[in-house]
Design a binder for this molecule. Structure first.
Ligand SMILES: [Zn+2]
Length: 427
């Protein structure tokens, strides 16, 4: 067996796409042998230099390592948009079974999904493992390529990781790239309904969006995500559209929350994504542009949490929070702000302290002076302090999430299950 890792052939402006290069390479390898699977690995979405979606790819094949390396470097050199200064492609080729990758490489893969790793470390680890590798320009792509090589093993051994998902991607004919996509909306919504919830995030029913169809100028016509490759393929094939040049099935860490680490509000670092417990410490406020912010606290530590405008109706859930609510929040931290992907309500404030009303006349009492409680001037009644009044809440305990239209690739949709509290899935 040979594991071929590829990374960073995406270009923001020119619209190449690493998954397409991998699909083409897989086709080429199938002419000389077999391809066992293609893996699509989403790396840490919080790193500052990320390419669009920050994806790396691995192709598992029985073509020998030397020949596979030749074909892979050819495919990447031909396809990588190296005119774009932000594109730094890399290739790593490893001999052996995907499940026998050494722990060092599996560990590297796991870290590349959760933090920022150094290209020099990737190169020296590839050397130490006797892997063929090549990097173009800054060679940053070797990080993703090596992470892709180790991904399958990482998915098998990582505690708490409940397995990869899949995506079936349909590609456009090259002469249509950059032109508007011809996809029949009704057929997308109909197909999405037939396999839900095994297939998820195909559409956003509230926003009326075909989430599976990208808006970028690249080669992807649509990508269907879910638990089961056969179900994804049925949905993909049921969509009416312009001609599909090719389809490829990827095994992936998308929709798994693989980027999240359990953390503590006192120890958060930039460019990492967390699952954190805390208490709402400031009332949510909507700022210019429709972004909603509040502070979360744990003891003395505070962290600003944000639901940005593109998260749409999720912001109403955030606005419904009150000071004192206990939460678990999930998202990446950058610029000292956690960008909310989902949160769990652990405890809701159900009463608020209010000035007491007079038992005789029913009017609000007034302060009897500092520290002296309240009294009714008309009736002479008094009360020692504020009293609790029940508050109506629009939230329940359990998990809330951004809608499909705002989902990060790697974030786990609630409909997938396995959460530690009731869920309120968006679809
Ligand atoms: Zn009164």
């Amino acid at each position: 067996m040979t594991l071929v890792g590829l990374d960073d052939t995406d270009s923001r402006e020119r619209g190449m796409c690493t998954t397409y290069v991998a699909a083409r390479l897989a086709e080429r390898l199938r002419r000389e042998g077999t391809v066992e699977r293609c893996c699509l690995v989403r790396l840490n979405p919080a790193v500052p230099y990320k390419t669009r979606g920050n994806a790396a790819l691995a192709v598992h094949t029985d073509v020998g390592p030397a020949r596979a390396f030749e074909l892979a470097t050819e495919a990447v050199a031909g396809a990588a948009e190296t005119g774009d200064p932000d594109t730094n492609p890399g290739v790593v080729v490893a001999p052996g079974r995907p499940e026998s990758v050494p722990d060092t490489v599996a560990g590297f893969s796991r870290r590349a999904v959760r933090e920022e790793v150094d290209p020099a470390e990737a190169r020296s680890l590839a050397d130490a493992s006797d892997y063929r590798h090549e990097g173009w320009k800054l060679g940053r792509g070797v990080v993703g390529a090596l992470a892709a090589v180790g991904a399958w093993r990482a998915w098998q051994v990582e505690a708490g990781f409940d397995g990869p998902t899949c995506e079936v991607i349909a590609y456009r004919e090259p002469e249509r790239w950059g032109t508007p996509r011809e996809v029949d909306r009704d057929s997308v919504f109909a197909a999405a309904g037939t396999e839900y919830p095994s297939v998820w995030d195909t559409v956003d029913r509230v926003e009326g969006e075909t989430v599976c169809v990208p808006h970028t100028p690249g080669p992807v016509l649509h990508g269907i995500r879910g638990e089961d490759p056969a179900a994804c393929r049925r949905v993909s094939e049921a969509i009416r559209s312009e001609p599909v040049e090719r389809r490829e099935t990827f095994v992936t860490n998308q929709g798994t929350d693989a980027h999240l680490r359990d953390g503590d509000l006192r120890g958060v670092e930039e460019a990492r994504a967390y699952r954190l417990d805390g208490t709402v410490a400031s009332a949510p406020e909507t700022e210019q542009g429709g972004h909603v912010f509040f502070d979360l606290a744990d003891g003395e530590a505070r962290l600003r949490c944000a639901a940005f405008e593109p998260t749409k109706r999720f912001r109403d859930r955030v606005r419904a929070l009150r000071v004192g609510d206990r939460l678990t929040v999930c998202g990446e931290v950058s610029a000292d702000t956690l960008k909310l992907e989902k949160f769990a309500v652990r405890g809701l404030v159900t009463v608020e302290p209010v000035t007491p009303t007079c038992p005789d006349c029913g009017r609000r009492m007034s302060s009897a002076g500092r520290g002296q409680g309240y009294r009714c001037r008309d009736c002479g009644t008094s009360a020692e302090g504020k009293v609790d009044r029940p508050v109506e809440r629009d939230l329940e305990e359990g998990w809330y999430e951004v809608p499909p239209v705002a989902r990060r690739h790697v974030a786990k949709p609630l409909v997938r299950g396995g959460f530690d509290a009731p869920t309120h899935p968006e679809r």
